[in-house]
Design a protein around this ligand. Structure first.
Ligand code: VGL
Ligand code: ZN
Length: 212
């Protein structure tokens, strides 16, 4: 096992709505749960901190297509910015907002809920989409001396991508565990572009075999 001192595992949005049959289902979203559980409670050395994020929106959230009477996956200018509109998903307190029932939630140190602001989405686990409103995750990690962040979860090309980009931008050595993520990939090829951007930014793309 690699040295996991000063390392945190960030499990992004492993929720019912992002798994098959969910409101914003990501292909194969449920296939990564066992592998993530193996990292959450391995027999040997463990991550210093395990953080789960939950996408958590109020009803009529600005990111919902239904709020604007538009089609899911269309875009709209909101306060001068093009935003992607989604099916209603991860509504606060709903079944779809719950973590996948097999996820070892009990082993986690912190749960960050994001996207709670009615007027602004938050793809990143660190900052809302204005890039400046903090979720508190950065403070938590630095308070605990975390230097390395390992990301997995859903979706690779949205919330994992933005979280990883913020992680490296704020000085954490950053790793994305590729086989423990899945992509929305709409339009096709989008996920590959995001992967290239991450590599360009200095993010390490690894596989869970790295921890063997
Ligand atoms: C996500 C779209 C909308 C994600 C969340 O978790 O990747 N994507 N909300
Ligand atoms: Zn969302």
């Amino acid at each position: 096992m690699n040295n996991l001192e000063n390392s945190a595992l960030l499990v992004v949005d492993l929720q019912v709505d992002f798994c098959p049959h969910g409101a914003l289902a990501v292909n194969g979203g449920d296939e990564i749960v066992d592998g993530i559980n193996n990292l959450i409670s391995p027999p040997g050395k463990q991550f210093e901190k395990i953080v789960l994020t939950a996408d958590w929106h109020p009803p009529s959230h600005i990111s919902f297509a239904s709020t604007h009477n538009l089609e899911p996956f269309s875009t709209k200018k909101v306060f001068g910015m093009d935003v992607t509109l989604w099916p209603d998903h991860c509504v606060e307190g709903s079944f779809g907002a719950e973590f996948h029932s097999d996820l070892k939630v009990e082993k986690s140190d912190l749960v960050i809920r994001k996207g709670k602001n009615l007027e602004m989405d938050s793809y990143s686990a660190f900052f809302e989409n204005d890039g400046t409103t903090p979720t508190g995750l950065k403070g938590y990690l630095t308070d605990h001396g975390i230097q390395k962040v390992y990301l997995c979860g859903l979706a690779f090309d949205w919330c994992v991508f933005f979280s990883a980009m913020d992680s490296i931008k704020h000085g954490f050595e950053t790793y994305v565990i590729m086989d423990l993520t899945r992509s929305i990939d709409a339009p096709a090829g989008y996920a590959l572009e995001k992967e290239a951007e991450m590599k360009q930014a200095g993010i390490n793309i690894i596989d869970s075999s790295y921890f063997k």
